[in-house]
Design a protein around this ligand. Structure first.
Ligand code: SF4
Ligand code: MG
Length: 287
């Protein structure tokens, strides 16, 4: 990556705090990841979390570097495998605040099979999906959310595939919390992330995240994103569907939330209710 005054000023945007390590990100100047990093830091402050009670997990892609930026537990795992790791941590260490971070390709292509199952298990975690509509780290290949017809170096005639809509899919999969945010509004995004962390269950935060190098959506998104007003009821699923379906403006805020038992609560309840089977009895049951 280039070393320039502009780049250094983007790096300074991610202000030093007790949650931040001295790691220097190599994201391009203007990348939405800087705003998301700032928002996660602000969310930790808002909640007053202790460093040793946080774990940040990432997959592969430009945003795979997120865990390195925090003084907290971290796991930079395999491509598309944020959710299996996070669900394991959720079962083993339910007292931790778990923040998973993945790109649109990581979460909804190679890792796409994990999302509906995480939604139905409802592990207590925040899953931040940075949707820039491109594979940035591999220099601009089309991803599951690249718009039809968008030209990249590997699709010079334009993408031939319809994009998926992450908010719509998340709602269809039955996540118990869905929010949508924009790094151009970092305070608003920070508050969404904080609410996703405190939500009891699987909270998916869909971030409309510009990649100025390969899919620059800053100018397109900035006039379109509109904060959802206080009159909106996020417990109304029908209203949530209306909100995520084709509008001129793009509403950002908490789209849907539902109270239901988490994975750990269900496991604990069933373990308490059933007696432990002796090993010999278990072996006999398979004869
Ligand atoms: Fe950000 Fe795009 Fe650069 Fe990756 S390629 S660091 S997503 S601007
Ligand atoms: Mg991407």
């Amino acid at each position: 990556m280039k070393s320039s005054g502009r780049l250094r000023s983007w790096r300074r945007l991610a202000a030093v705090s007790e949650y931040r390590s001295d790691y220097t990100s190599s994201w391009c100047p203007g990348c939405g990841d800087y705003g998301v990093l700032k928002s996660i830091d602000m969310a930790f402050h808002e909640l007053g979390l202790r460093n040793e009670n946080i774990v940040v997990i990432s997959g592969i892609g430009c945003n795979g570097r997120f865990p390195h930026n925090f003084k907290a537990y971290g796991f930079h795992t395999l491509h598309g495998r944020v959710l299996p790791i996070a669900q394991g941590i959720s079962l083993a260490k339910p007292e931790l605040s778990i923040v998973g971070i993945a790109g649109d390709g990581d979460a909804f292509a190679i890792g796409g099979g994990h999302v509906p199952h995480a939604a139905r298990r409802n592990p207590d975690m925040a899953f931040i999906v940075l949707d820039n509509g491109i594979y940035g780290q591999t220099k601009g290949q089309p991803s599951p959310t690249t718009p039809l017809g968008y030209r990249t170096k590997v699709t010079p005639e334009g993408s031939h595939e319809d994009p998926i809509d992450i908010s719509q899919l998340a709602l269809a999969y039955g996540v118990s919390f869905l929010a949508r945010g924009f790094p151009g509004k970092p305070n608003h995004l920070a508050h969404l992330i904080a609410q996703g962390i405190t939500h009891r269950g699987f909270a998916l935060i869909h971030v409309l995240n510009p990649c100025p190098t390969f899919h620059d959506t800053w100018k397109e998104l900035a006039p379109k994103v509109t904060e959802i007003g206080p009159e909106y009821d996020p417990t109304d699923q029908e209203a949530a569907w209306k909100l995520v379906k084709g509008q001129e403006k793009i509403p950002i805020g908490i789209i849907y939330k539902q109270a239901r038992s988490t994975l750990v609560e269900r496991v604990k309840a069933s373990t308490a209710a059933s007696r432990r089977m002796e090993l010999r009895e278990l072996v006999e049951s398979f004869r």
